[in-house]
Design a binder for this molecule. Sequence first.
Ligand code: HEM
Ligand code: HEM
Length: 211
Amino acid sequence: MQLRNTPTGYGLVAIAFHWVMAVLMIGLFAVGKYMTGLDPMAPETFAIYQWHKSFGFLVLALAVARLAWRVANPAPRLPAALPAWQRWAAHLGHAGLYAVLIALPVTGWLMVSASPWGIPTVVFDVLPIPHLPVGEAFGTKAETEKVFMALHEYAGFLLLALFVAHVAAALKHHFLDRDDVLARMLSPRPARAPDADADTDAASSLRASGD
Ligand code: HEM
Ligand code: HEM
């Protein structure tokens, strides 16, 4: 089983992190937008908010683990033919996506910590999470909550923008460039492929030796 990344593809761990977290982020974004339109006094609304918070903390824990895995597992090489500006765009976009994976749960955590309601967060009804010591950093508690609420909403817009560009880039690679950039995020098989450069080196040394 190919767990680790190689120069030619992603391993199973990176692929699992990617898709589990993609589903969680899309779901949390949709639920976040939906729940803010509900009657704040209805008991179902309270329950949905608690689920949103629990899954949000799950994302935070996964994001920390994923970043640690990423540090120990460099990403596979981008296709050699890719122009320099697209390499930069890819790196910038991925860095931005990692940033929102952290910024969304953290601004959510700051928001509920500042709230004058003081509602406790107990992840999936088992793990109590302490409030962060934000006090009345921006005026009253309610004003402080508003600042973090706005930051949470802006981080959501940033996620949406990055997500649209990210999916468009993935589809462009697959259907226009016809390279394996999307395929290697779907399966660890390309990670097991013989290293393209090593192959070329071997082939050229064979040619050089006249075989
Ligand atoms: C990790 C991924 C998360 C995503 C993608 C996400 C996304 C969203 C979005 C899109 C909204 C609607 C914002 C608006 O239009 O006003 C929202 C609202 C909210 N989120 Fe999150 N969220 C995440 C994590 C969290 C966490 C960890 C918490 C708390 C610990 C949290 C607490 C809230 C609360 C309380 C609201 C309602 C704000 C209001 O009443 O306007 N979120 N979230
Ligand atoms: C909100 C959802 C998503 C988030 C947060 C996200 C995040 C990321 C991140 C951080 C990376 C960089 C991985 C690394 O090299 O360390 C990545 C790579 C990738 N993502 Fe996503 N992604 C999301 C959804 C999607 C979707 C829906 C698709 C497909 C249509 C997709 C396709 C890809 C592909 C193909 C790569 C690999 C790019 C490469 O090999 O350089 N992602 N994603």
